[in-house]
Design a binder for this molecule. Structure first.
Ligand code: AMP
Length: 251
């Protein structure tokens, strides 16, 4: 049904490419049919050029064709919002939610500590949900989930259901969180953006869906990123292969 899907990936940095020490400005991933390829690529470029983290001087856009029989269809995670009044309250709530999902206190402390002190990751850090140890060896690059997007019908249905939330930022994050939540060995994802203007973050899991927490950092703060908590029996190659290679379309 979805023939000729294309994966579009963008990464942008200031001060040269990421691998030469440039500051990560923006990234994006989507999966679109051929008719939307040009428009979406243009929008991706706009996103890189108009970002509050800085003025990108390195922008890479990669377009790849994916054959339709490789695409896995998933329903978007359900969304709830926890309105909190301060960073302290937001962090407190995050700890409670992560604990309820079986993430250990040590792993929570390590994950939150990482996000508080990190300003330049392109991908996510993979932590053991029990020991809190970092399990990937990707350094500053981290692990990037890729090859994922909304189907036209899926987005139309979702944005009608969540009219007040249907911004491009949230729609993109839902795609990422849904794909990640369905990865083998995955327990929970913790995220707040490294965009200094955006202070709402989330914790997502197959169990609880996508739980937005309205205040996880102060405005003007460049720290942020993503932590993927995985179970002890994780096979890292299998886990990362799903995130990077399996094409996922939200329907
Ligand atoms: P953003 O939600 O775009 O503000 O991204 C916040 C942080 O999440 C980035 O700095 C990365 O550390 C991480 N991130 C962004 N995109 C991805 C992705 N596709 N896969 C894994 N981590 C990502």
């Amino acid at each position: 049904m979805y023939d000729r899907m294309y994966s579009i990936r963008m990464r942008a940095a200031e001060g040269g490419p990421h691998e030469q020490g440039g500051l990560h400005i923006s990234g994006g991933e989507t999966l679109v049919p051929k008719v939307l390829l040009e428009e979406t690529t243009k929008n991706m470029l706009q996103k890189a050029l108009n970002h509050s983290r800085g003025d990108a001087d390195f922008i890479q856009v990669i377009v790849e064709k994916i054959s339709s029989n490789e695409v896995v269809s998933l329903a978007p995670l359900s969304v709830t919002t926890e309105a909190v009044k301060s960073v302290e309250e937001g962090h407190h709530r995050s700890v409670e939610i992560l604990q309820s999902l079986g993430v250990s206190n040590k792993a929570i402390t390590n994950g939150m500590g990482l996000l508080k002190s990190t300003t330049n990751f392109r991908g996510a850090v993979v932590l053991s949900a029990s020991s809190g140890e970092r399990l990937d060896d990707r350094g500053l690059r981290g692990v990037r989930a890729t090859r994922m997007g909304w189907s036209h019908e899926g987005y139309a249905r979702w944005s009608a259901l969540y009219a007040e939330l249907a911004s491009p930022r949230i729609a993109e994050a839902i795609v990422l969180a849904t794909k990640v939540a369905h990865a083998p060995f995955m327990i929970a994802e913790l995220c707040w953006s490294d965009d200094p203007e955006y202070i709402t973050g989330y914790i997502s899991s197959q169990q609880n869906g996508y739980v937005r927490i309205t205040h996880l950092k102060e405005k003007g703060d460049f720290s942020g990123g993503r932590v993927f908590y995985v179970s002890d029996d994780v096979q890292m190659e299998h886990f990362i292969d799903f995130l990077e290679q399996t094409a996922v379309l939200l329907v």
